[in-house]
Design a protein around this ligand. Structure first.
Ligand SMILES: *Cc1c(COP(=O)(O)O)cnc(C)c1O
Length: 378
């Protein structure tokens, strides 16, 4: 707490931890993950200023702020549908894309479940565009022992509420690509700090979250908005500003015990996974082979939108929630920035039927058993 109050700058320590974990040469802190993504994409745009590549492939079901970031960086969005069984890209549709104007592709890795990143890495290399590995929800998840956020050319981490490591807000861009690193470092040097007023507001938020919202005072702590995974409302403008230094010691403390934090979540994820094996009324999301998920939430599909709204109406206090309410092809504000195929039926199904279960440390075995029982009654 003393460090938070004194505002002592631990940014460098935090960056070293993140770069060390992911094995990256360069890392940059921003006030949000979407700020980091926007700055990174602005660098991608500059890298491609001498050619026609101004499109970014985005999965049709992911956090809205990924789309906001592409738009704010002045690039076009080329949507690709997802495989409803895994939430990874629909590989068949992906391979049919005309890549001639594609500058980058972005992974999603939602709920701590790794996408097929080795496939994306190979494809991006052979077609001459960059892979941005969005590990905002999957810090410490792995494929074949390799950390998410380290695939391709650059990675994104978020330190927002409800993420694997949180300081209420914050984001990182990490990269091994010398050109991107140089451009990002120039960008960061020019950044304004958050206004004094905003820093004061953030500080008060931290105090409230950590000292007054005692999770045990609630039936289940998921009541508090820690389970939010980014906005469920589309925000057009992305502010790119500096990470408030007083937040870094919060994030550093969690980075230092990231394996413990991850283990606590994955234990709960596997518990649900095992128990839901015999439930015929829900559809599980498959883990890809060789992956070690971080299970930030445990995702599954229910039968239809009606069943879901009844479930959420009745049992929201258990921390059961939906996720992004629309696939990106159905978000009006994005329409003017799209190129190519707009039909993404699988992503629309996911938006209607997805339910996510809480995996944070305050969820007890009895809570999970109750949730499992509720789902058995569907
Ligand atoms: C949260 C999130 C982001 C953006 O991070 P913020 O810190 O909330 O701006 C980007 N991508 C995904 C998949 C996310 O979940």
């Amino acid at each position: 707490m003393a460090n938070i109050v004194s505002g002592k700058n631990h940014n460098e320590v935090l960056l070293q931890l993140a770069k060390g974990l992911l094995g990256m040469d360069a890392g940059f802190l921003f006030s949000t993950g979407r700020g980091a993504m926007t700055a990174l994409l602005a660098a991608v745009k500059l890298q491609n200023s001498d050619n026609d590549r101004n499109e970014v492939i985005v999965p049709a079901y992911t956090c809205y702020s990924v789309a906001s970031s592409v738009i704010n960086a002045g690039l076009k969005i080329r949507l690709c549908d997802i495989d409803p069984r895994t939430l990874s890209y629909d590989e068949q549709q992906l391979r049919q894309i005309d890549f001639s104007r594609v500058a980058a592709i972005i992974s999603a890795n939602l709920y701590g479940l790794p996408n097929d990143l080795p496939m994306l890495e190979k494809l991006s290399k052979s077609e001459g565009f960059l892979l941005i590995d969005d590990a905002a929800q999957s810090l410490n998840a792995k494929i074949d022992g390799r950390y998410l956020g380290s695939f391709g050319d650059a990675g994104i981490l978020s330190l927002d509420k409800g993420k694997n490591v949180t300081s209420i807000q914050g984001g990182l861009a990490v990269t091994n690509h010398p050109g991107l690193a140089e451009l990002l470092s120039q960008n960061v040097e020019r950044l304004d700090p958050l206004s004094f007023k905003r820093q004061a507001i953030e500080f008060i938020k931290v105090v409230i979250y950590y000292f007054f919202l005692n999770p045990y005072a609630y039936k289940l702590p998921a009541n508090i908005s820690f389970s939010g995974l980014g906005e469920t409302r589309f925000e057009t403008d992305v502010e790119v500003s500096k990470y408030p230094a007083f937040l870094s010691s919060l994030a550093t403390a969690q980075f230092n015990r990231i394996d413990q934090i991850t283990q606590s979540r994955t234990q709960r994820g596997f518990y649900y996974d095992e128990a839901l094996q015999s439930n015929q009324s829900i559809t599980k999301i498959d883990r890809l082979v060789q992956t070690e998920p971080a299970y930030l939430r445990y995702p599954l599909l229910v039968h239809d939108a009606n069943q879901r709204s009844e479930l959420l109406d009745e049992y929201r206090e258990y921390g059961i929630s939906a996720s992004y309410p629309k696939s990106l092809n159905c978000v009006d504000e994005i329409a003017g920035h799209l190129v190519g195929e707009r039909a993404c039926p699988a992503a629309e199904v996911i938006a209607r039927q997805i339910v996510t279960l809480p995996t944070h440390a305050y969820v007890r075995e009895t809570d999970m058993n109750q949730i499992i029982e509720i789902l058995a009654g569907l």
